[in-house]
Design a protein around this ligand. Structure first.
Ligand code: FES
Length: 341
């Protein structure tokens, strides 16, 4: 027995009895959005227009009970029992960057604080009525006086009035020197952006893993803040690697966020031994492998030093996360030898 399934905007497919709509669609050459194919990520979400469909078990994060009541289905779990009509939910709708324009705007330094031996947190307030629109996880070019522009990720939520940047300074960097010795509250900084594709995919319903190294914490922080604001409910695990205990920052803020948001967990990992036994020791990527065995339906956000990001990409790919579900922001710079990261 077979059933006809009309996919609005695409062609009609034939589904063998007992087969899922997604499998049949993919077999028949339909470009149907999908991820895990096991009911965990929500990428194949569709709306049933007509017909009888039975769904096998799926994750509540991929499809909420309310959505199911409204007639939404997961195509990877949906077996038709009559001819049907469905419409793919446009998962990409919120994911694209339509409506976001690159601008160059002038800001004033409102706060400026050293938080580790070499990391500063810079808060900027806009001087005009113009809005700087971006997606959580993106970055901007910052222009400090006569210095060559340099890329930094926004650490604030896109809804915040102030922009926040985390700046790691190293000896010899032009911007590093400027930040360490000249920059002060009230100074003007120009910001051009946003740029980058490693931004939060709002429609994803599967679990999220975020791996950050050093000031890679900034874009991850923005992603976490935004995910909490739009009340994403799936498990979100943040792994944060640093050389030593001294290089960790924002721990209290993360502790507070994890208390408020039960779906969020945070794991700082340090490379070097310290007297403090509460921190895990080793490579941040090793901690990830130790903790998570099944990456079904996951999306990954990775940010920080290129070596860490590349290692995490390799490991996560070998463990089953697809490339399209990996959103990486490696902090490459033109000054690799005397690098501000
Ligand atoms: S592909 Fe259907 S939920 Fe992931």
């Amino acid at each position: 027995m077979t059933f006809k399934v009309k996919i609005l905007g695409k062609k009609e497919i034939i589904v063998d009895a007992g087969n899922t709509i997604l499998e049949a669609a993919l077999d028949q050459g339909i470009d149907f959005p999908h991820g895990c194919r096991t009911g965990n990520c929500g990428a194949c979400k569709s709306k049933k227009i007509s017909g009888e469909i039975e769904m096998s078990p799926f994750s509540e994060f991929a499809l909420e009970t309310e959505e199911e009541k409204l007639g939404f289905i997961l195509a990877c779990r949906s077996v038709p029992w009559s001819d049907c009509e469905i419409k793919i939910v446009d998962d990409q709708q919120n994911d694209d960057l339509d409506g976001i324009k690159i601008k160059k705007l002038e800001y004033i330094v409102s706060r400026f604080k050293k938080v580790t031996n070499d990391i500063y947190i810079l808060n900027l307030q806009i001087t005009s009525n113009e809005e700087f629109t971006f997606n959580a996880g993106q970055y901007a070019e910052l222009y400090f006086d006569q210095c060559k522009e340099k890329h930094f990720s926004m650490a604030n939520s896109p809804n915040s009035n102030e922009l926040e940047f985390h700046i790691k300074t190293l000896d010899g960097g032009e911007v590093s020197n400027y930040v360490k010795t000249i920059l002060k509250i009230g100074d003007t900084v120009k910001v051009k952006g946003p740029f980058g594709n490693a931004y939060l995919r709002n429609n994803h319903r599967g679990p999220i893993i975020a791996v950050a190294g050093g000031t890679g914490l900034a874009p991850i922080l923005s992603i976490i803040k935004a995910s909490q604001e739009i009340e994403m409910k799936q498990p979100i695990q943040v792994y944060y690697g640093a050389q030593s205990e001294m290089d960790l920052y924002f721990l209290e803020q993360f502790e507070e966020m994890t208390k408020k948001n039960k779906n969020l967990s945070f794991f700082p990992v340090v490379m070097e031994n310290s007297g403090n036994k509460t921190f895990r020791k080793g490579l941040v990527t090793d901690a990830v492998i130790e903790d998570i065995q099944n990456f079904d339906g996951y999306k990954a956000y990775l940010a920080g030093p290129p070596k860490m990001v590349e290692a995490a990409e390799k490991i996560l790919t070998s463990l089953g996360i697809r490339k399209v579900d990996m959103h990486s922001d490696a902090f490459y710079t033109p000054y690799d030898e005397i690098k501000d990261t």
